[in-house]
Write a protein that binds this ligand. Sequence first.
Ligand code: FES
Length: 255
Amino acid sequence: MPKVAVDGDIVAHNELVTDVWRMEVEARPIAREGEPGQFVQLQIPQGGFTLRRPVGIAEIDRQKGTVAFIYRVVGKGTKALSKLPVGSQINVLGPLGHGFSLQAKHPLLVGGGMGLSPLLCYAEHSQGKASVLMGGRCERELFWQKIYAPNVQDVFCTTDDGSCGTKGFTTTLLPELLRQGDYDLVIACGPEIMMQGIARIAHEHGVPCQVSLEKRMGCGLGACLSCSIDTTRGERKKVCKDGPVFWAEEVFDLK
Ligand code: FES
């Protein structure tokens, strides 16, 4: 799949909730080729940031030629990113990596924290075929409900404090959903410990599962090896090039 570096105009940039931002950039070739689960590398234009920042694609509008990213401000780089005004430009390299399987009839998306960002792209792409199970500490963290609602069949929620949906984790509710539903694929994105638990439960219920791994990345192009992992079959793979999406049994011991 071709990848390109584009100087894209920022056409929208706003804070969704405290420290979580949505940036929409006009980058026509990336919008044309991008698939759910892929990512881009952003070059922050000011402040001497030499390394690009990897960020998952949250939305693709092929007609408008735009891609959108939803990111949390966690350090100097993302702080600088959040200061970029609408109308300024940012260099976007992508689309990178391999995305999710798009063959499922009724996929269940399971996300925690910012893992819900790349899953949103899948939900929009699958046009009402998917359902989503989202987990957070409290209701405030599940601001995603409104964003997902127009794009999915069902929104299921879990919170640590019980302020929204089922009290507990996504792994608390998943067994019941898999017993009752007709899901033919589980797609998980979020903290690794959550994805391991989700993958095990999906395996126990005989439902295939894909996970999107997050690793520190240097080049994002398969050249620097900073994102290497060992698969369960003892192979070395690069998250940026061979992933970030993997079948769960490739990267987690499910027995
Ligand atoms: Fe350089 Fe993956 S980030 S090889």
